[in-house]
Design a protein around this ligand. Structure first.
Ligand SMILES: *[C@@H]1O[C@H](CO)[C@@H](O)[C@H](O)[C@H]1NC(C)=O
Ligand SMILES: *[C@@H]1O[C@H](CO)[C@@H](O)[C@H](O)[C@H]1NC(C)=O
Length: 702
C-alpha cells in the first residue's frame, strides 16, 4: 500500500516535467580492436570511488606484480623510481588528491610514468588495473587521464566527461544529500519533500534539480556569475587543459606543439578571462577587481561542495598578509619584481639562459615563467616548492597548512576540476596576464602595411539576432553513489541524474561580403569584444584589444569579384559539442561508434558558452571580422591545424597593442552587435516549484 501511494506522488511530478532536449551527436565508426581497448579503458573507471571486488579486472589488478614485469616497460628507471615510492608507502586510498601538494604530485607523476612507459597496451592495461585496485582514486584518475592522452596507442580513445567521474566536484552538497537520501529510501518520499527539493522519478531515472550558488544564499554579488563559474562544461574544459599540458611534463604528444606552446597558453587564459569579463559586463559587475598580496583580499568565496570534508570558504576581506605567509608573499612579490626588472633591462638572464625580451618570440619564455612549466628550470636543481601559480593559488585559497602530507583541506582553487568556481581564480590570472601585457607593451604595433590585404575589402557583415537563454540539462552522477555488490551484480537499473539549467544561445550565422581583386586563400577571424566599459564610456580598441574573444577562424578561397561567405556558429573552430554520458557511450560502442567531438575535440570549449549572457533589452558588444592572406603551416605541422590556421599568434591581430589608425583597413570590419537574453534571467528560477506543474522552456526549441 505504502509503495503505491508514494509512487503515485513521484509519478505525478514526473509527467509534468519536460525532459531536456537532446542534441544530435556526431559519431564516427571505429574498428573492433579500438572498441576492445575503448571498453577496457572505460570499465576501469566505473564507480571509481569503490573497491570493486566483483569487477572483471579486479583479480588481474590485485595480483599484478610491477617489479616482476619490469622488462615490459621501456624505461626501467621510471619503474624503479615508482617502486621506491610505492614501497615506502603511497598516498592512502579514499583521501582527497590535489596536484598542488608535493608528495601527492610526485607519486602521481611516478604512477603516470609507469603507465606511459608500459611497452604495449596489454602491459598498460594490467598496470592500470593494478593502480585502480591499490592506489588512491584521485591520484589514479589523474595519472590515468594524462597517460591515455599522452600514449600514442590510446590517444584517440574516449574518456568520460570529468563531471561524471567525480560529480561531487561539480555539484553542490545539497544535491548529493538528496541523492543519497533517495537511494536510502528508494524514492519512498513524502510528496512535500519531493516538491520542495525538486526530485523526479522518470523512466527508471531519478532526477535532482540542482541550483547554482546564488547571491541570495551567500550575500556575494559575484555569485551572479555562478552560471559561468560553476558550469560543468567550462570546469571540464579547464580540467582537460591541465590534463593535456601538465606543468611538470616536458614531452608533448603533438609534434611541434612545444614551439607554439607559449602563445597557446597565453591565448587560453586570455580567452577565458575575456569571456569572464564580458559576462561580468552584461551582469553589471564591471571590471575584474585587482588585489595586492599586502592588503586583505576583498572578494570572499563560499564553496558549496564537499569531498569527505566541506570545501574551504574564504571570508570577505581575508587577511592574506599574515606572519605565517610572510616567506611565501616575499617569494611571490620577488618573482613579480624580478620579471619587471628584467623586462626593463630588455633581456632575461638567469637559470643559465639569456632571452631577448624585445623579441615577440620571447612569448615562449614569458609563458614558461608565469606558468612555471618544468622546462623553465631545465638547468636548475629541481625545487618543486617554487611554482608561482601553486603558491599564489594556495595562499588565495585561504586553506591552512596541512598537518600531514596526505591530509589536505579541499579548496576550489587547489583542484583543477573546481578552480573556475572561485572569483579569485580570475583575479589571479588577470594579474598574470597583466604581466604579459606589460611585456607586450614593448612590442611594435602591427604596421599599416602589415595589416593591409591588397585588393581585398569587406563590404558588409550581417549577423543574425544573438540570443542567449537558459536550458535544463541532465547529467549522470551515478558514479558517485555507492552500490552494494548485489546491486552491481544485478545491474541496478536506477540512474541518478542532476538537472541543471545551463547557458546556451540560438545558433546564428555570420555573413561576410567580400570584394576581392585576387584569387587566393585567406584567413578569416571573428572576434567579439566589449563596446562600453563598466561606467558606460565607449571603449577604444587601443585600451581594449586584450578583451576580445576569438569566436572563429577559418580558411577560405577567395575568388575574383564578389564573395559571400556564410559561417554558422555550430561550425566555429575551437568549440565542441557536449559530451555524452558513459551510459550512452557504451551503447555507441556496441554499434562500433564513438562521438567525434569526445575523441578529437574534447579539449575545446563548450559551444554553448561562446556568447556572454545577454540582457532583456540587448547588451551592446562589438564584432570584428578580419581577413588576411593565408600562409599554410609548414610540412610536418599538420596536426596543429586543430589549433592554428597558420604560424601567426592565435589571437592575431589582437595579440599586441593596437594602434587604432592602422586598424582602419578595408580588410578589417567592425560593427556593434547586441546580445539578448530570452526566458528566465536567473538560472535558479528554473528550479522552483512553479516550474514543475507546467514546466516549459520559454524559448522555442531549435
Ligand atoms: C610481458 O608482457 C607479455 C605480453 O605482452 C607477457 O606475455 C609476459 O608475461 C609479460 N611479462 C614478462 C616478465 O615478460
Ligand atoms: C533554486 O533556487 C530558487 C531560487 O532561489 C529556489 O526557489 C528553489 O527552491 C531552488 N531549487 C532547489 C532545487 O534548490
Amino acid at each position: 500500500m505504502k509503495t503505491v501511494l508514494i509512487l503515485a506522488a513521484v509519478v505525478a511530478l514526473a509527467v509534468a516535467g519536460t525532459v531536456p532536449h537532446k542534441h544530435e551527436v556526431g559519431l564516427k565508426s571505429v574498428d573492433a580492436h579500438y572498441i576492445e581497448h575503448q571498453t577496457k579503458v572505460i570499465d576501469l573507471l566505473e564507480s571509481i570511488g569503490q573497491y570493486r571486488k566483483d569487477a572483471d579486472w579486479f583479480k588481474l589488478g590485485y595480483e599484478y606484480d610491477v617489479e616482476a614485469n619490469i622488462d615490459n616497460y621501456t624505461n626501467k628507471k621510471a619503474v624503479e623510481e615508482f617502486l621506491v615510492y610505492y614501497k615506502s608507502g603511497f598516498m592512502p586510498k579514499y583521501k582527497t588528491f590535489s596536484v598542488f601538494y608535493d608528495e601527492m604530485r610526485e607519486e602521481a607523476i611516478a604512477l603516470f610514468k609507469l603507465f606511459y612507459y608500459a611497452k604495449d597496451f596489454e602491459t598498460f592495461y594490467k598496470t592500470a588495473a593494478f593502480a585502480r585496485v591499490h592506489c588512491n582514486d584521485g591520484q589514479f584518475l589523474y595519472a590515468y587521464y594524462i597517460a591515455i592522452y599522452q600514449r600514442p596507442d590510446t590517444q584517440t580513445l574516449v574518456l568520460p566527461a570529468p563531471y561524471e567521474m567525480f560529480p561531487q566536484y561539480f555539484v553542490n552538497t545539497k544535491t548529493f544529500l538528496k541523492a543519497y537520501r533517495t537511494k536510502m529510501q528508494h524514492g519512498d518520499f513524502d510528496p512535500a519533500y519531493v516538491a520542495t527539493h525538486g526530485i523526479y522519478h522518470e523512466n527508471g531515472k531519478y532526477v535532482f534539480y540542482s541550483n547554482y550558488t546564488s547571491p541570495w544564499l551567500t550575500g556575494s554579488v559575484e555569485d551572479k556569475l555562478s552560471y559561468f563559474t560553476e558550469d560543468i562544461g567550462m570546469n571540464s574544459y579547464y580540467y582537460y587543459f591541465q590534463i593535456l599540458y601538465p606543468f611538470w611534463w616536458k614531452e608533448n604528444s603533438i609534434p611541434h606543439f612545444d614551439e607554439m606552446r607559449g602563445d597557446y597558453f597565453y591565448f587560453f587564459y586570455q580567452q577565458l578571462i575575456a569571456q569572464y569579463y564580458l559576462n561580468r559586463l552584461s551582469n553589471g559587475l564591471g571590471e575584474i577587481p585587482e588585489f595586492s598580496w599586502y592588503k586583505p583580499i576583498e572578494t570572499g568565496y563560499y564553496c558549496q561542495l564537499s569531498t569527505y570534508y566541506p570545501f574551504f570558504s574564504r571570508n570577505e576581506y581575508y587577511h592574506i598578509n599574515k606572519v605565517e605567509n610572510d616567506q611565501y608573499i616575499q617569494y611571490l612579490s620577488n618573482y613579480e619584481q624580478s620579471f619587471l626588472y628584467y623586462l626593463e633591462q630588455g633581456h632575461f638572464k638567469a637559470y643559465n639562459q639569456e632571452i631577448d625580451l624585445r623579441n615577440s618570440k620571447a612569448i615562449d619564455f614569458v609563458s614558461k615563467y608565469w606558468f612555471t612549466t618544468v622546462d623553465l628550470y631545465e638547468k636548475m636543481p629541481k625545487n618543486y616548492e617554487r611554482f608561482y601559480e601553486v603558491i599564489g593559488l594556495h595562499l588565495l585559497s585561504a586553506t591552512p597548512e596541512p598537518t600531514d602530507k596526505y591530509t589536505i583541506f579541499p579548496s576550489a582553487l587547489e583542484l583543477h576540476q573546481t578552480s573556475l568556481r572561485d572569483p579569485m581564480f580570475y583575479q589571479f590570472y588577470a594579474r598574470i596576464l597583466n604581466y604579459f601585457l606589460q611585456w607586450k607593451e614593448y612590442l611594435e604595433p602591427y604596421s599599416y602595411s602589415h595589416l593591409h590585404f591588397e585588393g581585398v575589402k569587406i563590404n558588409d557583415v550581417k549577423v543574425d539576432k544573438l540570443v542567449t537563454f537558459f536550458e535544463p540539462y541532465d547529467f549522470d552522477i551515478t558514479n558517485d553513489l555507492f552500490h552494494s555488490v548485489e546491486e552491481f551484480k544485478s545491474n541496478d537499473p536506477n540512474i541518478y541524474a542532476v538537472r541543471q539549467p545551463r547557458l546556451n544561445h540560438k545558433p546564428f550565422t555570420v555573413t561576410v561580403d567580400v570584394k576581392s581583386d585576387v584569387a587566393t586563400d585567406a584567413v578569416f577571424k571573428i572576434f567579439l569584444g566589449p563596446k562600453y566599459d563598466s561606467n558606460g564610456y565607449p571603449l577604444n580598441i587601443e585600451d581594449n584589444w586584450m578583451n576580445f574573444v576569438e569566436l572563429d577562424w577559418f580558411v577560405h578561397k577567395l575568388t575574383v569579384g564578389q564573395n559571400k561567405i556564410d559561417r554558422h556558429s555550430t561550425d566555429f573552430a575551437l568549440f565542441k559539442e557536449d559530451s555524452v554520458s558513459v551510459m550512452d557511450l557504451l551503447k555507441y560502442f556496441k554499434q562500433g561508434k564513438v562521438p567525434v567531438d569526445m575523441s578529437e575535440r574534447f579539449f575545446y570549449q563548450p559551444q554553448r558558452m561562446m556568447l556572454p549572457k545577454g540582457t532583456k533589452g540587448g547588451f551592446p558588444f562589438q564584432l570584428y571580422v578580419v581577413v588576411y592572406p593565408h600562409t599554410p603551416l609548414p610540412q610536418g605541422w599538420e596536426l596543429l591545424k586543430a589549433y592554428f590556421p597558420d604560424m601567426k599568434p592565435m589571437s592575431y591581430p589582437f595579440d599586441r597593442p593596437v594602434y587604432e589608425t592602422y586598424f582602419k583597413q578595408p580588410n578589417i570590419y567592425h560593427e556593434d552587435v547586441f546580445i539578448y537574453h530570452e526566458g528566465e534571467l536567473t538560472a535558479n528560477f528554473y528550479n522552483v516549484q512553479e516550474y514543475y506543474p507546467n514546466y516549459k522552456n520559454q524559448v522555442p526549441k531549435h
